[in-house]
Design a protein around this ligand. Structure first.
Ligand SMILES: Nc1ncnc2c1ncn2[C@@H]1O[C@H](COP(=O)(O)OP(=O)(O)OP(=O)(O)O)[C@@H](O)[C@H]1O
Length: 505
């Protein structure tokens, strides 16, 4: 295939289109030790449709996706695909040969390789000994241009240097570098994408389905799933419990089918263990002086939001607050701080440790005496937080055996279980289900009310309504400070783009 044909190949369809379902799962079961991840799943993905797949954290969505992509085999039941060669077993090779591609929730890129090298690694087409690098550069560049026009990503950069949103774009684009794509499986593809890139992705998915490609879209963003799917399957405790026509259902109907207990945001939540705080409520506990624009100031008892388009300086501010020492110039911070990273894979979980060890590592001061850790206090603290955040998995489970959303809950619990006066959150609720998010909003408010200072960066502007005050960033500067009636989504969006905001102050 010529390189110039790549954009066509990124959206190419099998040579013998048919309207038979693209893939069918029948009675699929899967257990990991004592955990029954899938309990007899039946699912059909029709030719040229977008099927949304929703369910609470740990419902079995990612496990099902791995079965459909042939990466793991069911203990019982079967997966059958339209493009499967007669007699061939359904495994990763036959799935790839049938044009099935996956976009992972945990970004599966090698940080030390360039964008093009990463794309070459996963491209099933023969690369040839000579000129493979140039071909890979052109293929991934074209795929990026096709799906995300104006992306601004150099294919020669190491992926470790890219922002989360850019890495996600690369992950999506490289899945499209394939001939005869028949099925695309996307696991929470928009959690770290901005508004524009999200719209570009959905527009491209529609182009694909018009050409007969089928899409399985896993997401916790109910409005997106409703707006972009043809049908929506709901998973609960390892089975598909209901399937809806997207146009004929609603968010609340989906949530009821998921079985999640939906607590209204702002409802009372009692943190398992009250923090031992020293700052008086209302006292200034942190400041960052700005050379230009607005200075940052945080008080005990405040829930402060950091908003604006992704990558405008929010993470640098969090890093300053997290890394500051007594000698840092222009920055004052409380002594005890906790940090929840946005990228759990690179800077969050300790993969060789259990849930309890991951959860309590920052709370050592409270559960040790004379340097000796009180094992019982550790187990109790872990059990309390596992219960409070409904983590699906017990204390002794290896952290990597939890679903992605449940790992994220453990990281949030780690920060709040510590006796930190200031908790810093770097867009940490990616992949967390709707019901749990509402619990977490309430938890943060309760913790702030108890006197902690919480600084929360979120890429979801609607979440900023939970904050007492919001700082909006643009071009690495604080351009506005919103509170009360001025803290609206419209104002955040306006200030994120308005070149004049901030310059007038
Ligand atoms: N490799 C594994 N080892 C042990 N348990 C596992 C493994 N993979 C998944 N599980 C368990 O299977 C269940 C389903 O997990 P899965 O990742 O499929 O859920 P999910 O619906 O994708 O959740 P999330 O929305 O959090 O991503 C969970 O209880 C999880 O702990």
């Amino acid at each position: 295939m010529s390189d110039t044909a790549l954009s066509e190949s990124a959206t190419a369809v099998p040579s013998t289109p048919s309207t038979a379902p693209t893939i069918v799962a029948r009675g699929v079961t899967k257990s990991y030790g004592k955990t029954r991840a899938l309990r007899g799943v039946d699912l059909r993905l029709e030719h040229g449709e977008i099927l949304g797949l929703v369910g609470h954290n740990g419902a079995g969505k990612s496990t099902l996706m791995r079965m459909l992509a042939g990466i793991e085999q069911p203990d019982d039941g079967a997966v059958d695909a339209r493009e499967r060669r007669a007699g061939a077993a359904w495994n990763a090779d036959s799935a790839a040969a049938s044009g099935v591609r996956m976009v992972y929730q945990e970004l599966a890129l090698c940080d030390d390789l360039t964008v093009a090298e990463n794309a070459a690694l996963s491209d099933p087409r023969p690369t040839g000994l000579w000129g493979w690098r140039g071909r890979a550069e052109q293929r991934i560049g074209t795929a990026l241009d096709t799906v995300f026009p104006g992306h601004g990503i150099s294919v020669l950069r190491r992926t470790g240097e890219l922002a989360m949103a850019e890495r996600q774009m690369v992950e999506i684009a490289r899945a499209l570098c394939t001939d005869a794509l028949s099925m695309l499986i996307l696991d929470e593809p928009t959690e770290s994408l901005g508004v524009d890139a999200t719209a570009q992705l959905y527009a491209h998915l529609r182009t694909l389905t018009r050409r007969g490609v089928s899409v399985l879209l896993i997401s916790h963003r109910m409005q997106e799933v409703l707006a972009n799917s043809d049908r929506i399957a709901v998973m609960k405790d390892g089975t598909v419990v209901e399937t809806f026509a997207a146009a004929a259902t609603s968010e609340s109907e989906l949530l009821v089918a998921m079985g999640g207990e939906v607590r209204a945001a702002g409802a009372d939540v009692t943190a398992p263990r009250a923090a031992d705080l020293t700052a008086e409520r209302g006292a200034i506990v942190a400041t960052v002086r700005a050379a230009s624009g607005i200075s940052f100031e945080a008080r005990a008892g405040e829930l402060i939001g950091l908003a604006g388009l992704a990558g405008q300086g929010q993470e640098q501010l969090l890093n300053k607050l997290w890394g500051a020492g007594a000698l840092s110039r222009g920055v004052t911070v409380p002594r005890r701080r906790a940090y929840v990273p946005g990228d759990r894979q690179t800077s969050g979980i300790l993969p060789l440790w259990s849930v309890a060890e991951n959860l309590t590592i920052s709370a050592m001061r409270g559960i040790s005496r004379l340097g000796i850790i009180n094992g019982r206090a550790k187990r109790e603290l872990a059990a309390e937080w596992i219960g409070a955040l409904k983590v699906r998995g017990d204390a002794a489970t290896p952290i990597t055996a939890l679903s992605g959303g449940n790992q994220q809950k453990v990281l949030v619990a780690r920060a709040f279980a510590a006796d930190a006066q200031m908790v810093l959150l770097d867009d940490p609720f990616r992949g967390v289900d709707v019901a749990t998010k509402n619990e977490l909003y309430a938890l943060m408010k309760a913790e702030a009310a108890a006197g902690r200072c919480i600084v929360w960066y979120s890429t979801e502007n609607s979440e900023m309504a939970h904050c007492d005050r919001v700082y909006v960033f643009r071009a690495n500067r604080l351009v506005s400070e919103l509170s009360g009636e001025s803290n609206t989504e419209e104002r955040i969006i306006a200030d994120s783009f308005d070149e004049n905001t901030g310059d007038q102050r």
